[in-house]
Design a protein. Structure first.
Length: 110
């Protein structure tokens, strides 16, 4: 898994490539928690190149969403790959997140 973070004026864009599973989810959680600790609670997660998200990855997304909202921000998802969308649908989490077709629209929604 590869994680790239870009800090824009008020929003951090985190691009995740590869698989988010029990082996890699802790790395993603660490990156996202570092943003929250640095008062960067408006986060867009770009999942276009994410091949798969396991239950461990879903837990990271939900806990980050809760942490961001607690700090007055939000975690918004963009460019979901077909596989990631299927996993979110199966887990019943699609309504929990704000999901956007592209990063520009997600960033503009803040």
């Amino acid at each position: 898994m590869k994680i790239e973070t870009r800090d824009l004026k008020h929003v951090s864009v985190v691009k995740v490539a590869g698989r988010v599973d029990s082996a890699t989810a802790p790395d993603l959680e660490k990156s996202l928690q570092e943003l929250l600790t640095a008062d960067r609670s408006q986060i867009v997660l770009d999942l276009q190149e994410t091949e798969y998200v396991s239950s461990a990855g879903l837990r990271v997304l939900v806990s980050t969403l809760k942490g961001a909202k607690k700090d007055g921000g939000d975690l918004r998802l963009s460019q979901l790959s077909t596989r990631v969308k299927e996993v979110l649908d199966l887990a019943g989490l699609t309504p929990v997140f704000n999901i956007y077709p592209d990063v520009v629209e997600a960033v503009g929604s803040f």
